[in-house]
Ligand binder design. Structure first.
Ligand code: AMP
Length: 301
């Protein structure tokens, strides 16, 4: 079934204790689309870049069957740039700079051909833009939203408005605490579900993810990764794997959601094994399934 992804397309500069990459391909929509492309085709990406966006990156996305008719290319504009530095533990990172560039005036326009897409992924962007997308599309089967601390801090009211209109929220533990002022994960989850969405996923970085639906809870472990190179985009990749898997299913229920959370975790674990999108570029069904099976084994008791 059809999948629409809205989010940032970026060039990231990332520093870890071991290494650094400059202007590497990134952005929430990029990671989500690449991850989802292993499950469903085509993925419709809606975003914006400048004329400096490289042809090799257009080719990479196209080769993965990511449809780019919703990608605006601003003549003489500069692509969004983000720069971050990881601490030694990889769990903490500092944002060094955020240069919105063409993103500052981004107005997502959903082409008519994709307004009927069944599954909608609202990647991490300004909440009013997420709402604007919801107003343009026809009734989808499932809407999933990702956000970040920045929007909780500066656009909480607008974010709460969008949250009333979605089905699944994906958020990390510190963001859940920021949103609710509640440190206990279960109490925070209750508060968030009360806003109106059906499902909530709270990611716990290197410690897995927890799925809530108001009555049931499922806790997925994180893959014990030895070769951790760069966690940038892991959250977005999780969302791409999660929704990519769901978009292939005939129905959505808690059991299917549990599997989707594990597929999301599988894809996120691959993402962390190299800088930028490198590790996501050369996967295949077999590698994904093998790691999914390893996950099942790790979690079995
Ligand atoms: P994650 O590691 O999952 O938080 O995602 C990191 C990605 O989000 C990077 O590729 C960035 O380009 C992108 N990003 C960082 N800040 C923002 C922002 N304010 N709006 C949209 N995308 C962002």
């Amino acid at each position: 079934m059809s999948l629409l992804v809205v989010g940032s397309v970026a060039y990231d500069t990332i520093e870890t204790v071991q290494s650094k990459v400059i202007d590497a391909l990134g952005g929430s929509a990029t990671y989500i689309s690449l991850a989802a492309s292993y499950f469903t085709n085509p993925v419709h990406l809606v975003g914006v870049v400048g004329s400096d966006f490289k042809k090799e990156h257009i080719d990479l996305l196209s080769k993965k069957n990511v449809d780019l008719k919703g990608l605006q290319i601003v003549e003489n504009g500069k692509t969004f740039r983000w720069s971050g530095r990881y601490h030694k533990n990889f769990n903490d990172r500092d944002t060094i700079s955020t240069d919105l560039n063409v993103f500052e005036t981004f107005n997502p326009i959903i082409p008519d051909e994709i307004k009927n897409d069944d599954f909608i992924m609202l990647g991490n962007i300004d909440p009013p833009l997420q709402l604007n997308v919801l107003e343009q599309i026809n009734k989808p089967k499932l809407t999933v939203l990702d956000t970040m601390n920045l929007w909780i801090n500066i656009k909480k009211m607008e974010l709460l408005e969008v949250l009333k209109n979605i089905d699944v929220l994906i958020i990390n533990d510190s963001e859940a605490e920021l949103l609710t002022s509640e440190a206990n994960l279960v109490k925070a989850a209750k508060q968030i579900l009360n806003i109106g969405m059906k499902y909530l996923i709270i990611k716990k970085g290197a410690h897995g993810a927890v799925l809530f639906d108001g009555t049931k809870v499922f806790s997925a472990p994180a893959y014990p990764l030895e070769n951790l190179v760069d966690p940038t985009g892991a959250g977005d990749t999780f969302a791409g794997g999660f929704l990519g898997y769901l978009s292939k299913q005939n129905e959505i229920n808690f059991e299917i959601m549990r599997k989707a959370v594990v597929y999301g975790s599988v894809m996120a674990s691959f993402c962390c094994e190299d800088f930028s999108t490198s590790a996501l570029e050369n996967l295949n069904e077999e590698k994904i399934q093998n790691r999914f099976d390893e996950f099942a084994e790790i979690a079995r008791f």
